[in-house]
Design a protein around this ligand. Sequence first.
Ligand code: TYD
Length: 217
Amino acid sequence: MGRGFFLTFEGLDGSGKTTQMRKLAAWLEARSEQIIVTRQPGGTRIGDRIRQLLLDSRTENLAARAELGLMFSDRAQAIAEVIAPALEAGRVVLCDRYTDSTEAYQGGGRELGSEVVLKLHDVMCGGLQPDLTILLLPDFAASLTRARRRNDRMTKGGTDENRFEREDEVFYRRVYEKYREIAARDVLRVAAIESDAAIDEIHQRIVGVVEERLALR
Ligand code: TYD
């Protein structure tokens, strides 16, 4: 699709993804790249409503497959409204989470398996794959501690977004293992950074990979 470049960020809650995305966005802008930054779930008006339903810890009793379907509904909307047009316009799309999150969280965490996720990806996303995925995998225990610390976080509007962050360690261990499985399966697309190095050092590594791939555009 298009002439742009589709770059996704993946990792557990508390993996430092948001910080690294922000730094990379600044680096890309300094290179005068035309970028669009978005996130999933969310990133569109409809997606923000789906996000609220998905992440609010007052959402009770949501069946795993219903959760899976909502993740893909959000994604289909984001592709139609934001991602596809931006790629067609030749932009660099920086997306916080994409189908790998669904495979890791719903496929791994919720134990729905990879197959159903990849099938839905084909149908709902037309198989649209990122050109590059940065997967941040710092030490499992450290990520978990950071995620727990954010557990009380409230967003500006007073809605809490902690439904996933309330899951137990066993759930997160399955998510983590599924991410590692994805990285091992898709070595060309996924650049896995399994490191607890300082923020700037990780940033330099990410820049190295991104620079190399952008040159191949
Ligand atoms: P978010 O606040 O974006 O998390 P973070 O800042 O840690 O990236 O919340 C997204 C949450 O939704 C996160 O816990 C992962 C979960 N999620 C899924 O379970 N499946 C998905 O397909 C996506 C996109 C997110």
